[in-house]
Ligand binder design. Structure first.
Ligand SMILES: [Zn+2]
Length: 148
């Protein structure tokens, strides 16, 4: 179990630091991983953490072979109206094929492709609706591997 970017106090509790508090007295613990597979091989994963007080979830994207790609110290912020999801691109291969995102229930998400183009993808009920992209919610796949 990795805990990069987190401060662990002697009591074993994990502090959020000064970056972001989800609630007044956050108690963040590791919840579960979600593995990302291509042809039954795990190419990456999403680590899911949860605050025991407000139940908010936090996710960290892990590409295989890279310890941490996030430049955010502590847990990334997520809005009350957003859920953690993964966008899967049918146009890309390998590690470029997926990306951890925050999905609103409805609307448009700006999605940066591997070649740095910005696409505007439509979201309908926390799911991407697009010919070349699909998505799934992290909360539906805890402790599982998802074939993309
Ligand atoms: Zn909290």
């Amino acid at each position: 179990m990795m805990m990069q970017g987190l401060n662990i106090t002697k009591s074993g509790k994990i502090c959020m630091g000064e970056i972001y508090n989800c609630c007044e007295n956050p108690q963040i613990t590791y919840l579960a991983p979600v593995n990302i597979n291509i042809n039954e091989r795990t190419i990456g994963s999403v680590d899911v953490w949860r605050c025991g007080v407000c139940k908010k979830k936090f996710c960290e994207e892990k590409q295989l072979g890279i310890d941490s790609i996030t430049d955010i110290v502590g847990m990334p912020r997520i809005g009350d109206d957003e859920k953690w999801g993964v966008i899967v691109s049918k146009l890309q291969k390998g590690k470029e094929k997926w990306k951890l995102v925050r999905l609103k229930q409805n609307g448009i998400i700006k999605y940066e492709t591997a070649d740095e183009k910005i696409l505007e993808l439509k979201i309908d009920n926390y799911k991407i609706v697009d010919d070349f992209h699909t998505s799934f919610l992290i909360e539906d796949h805890l402790n599982r591997a998802v074939e993309i």
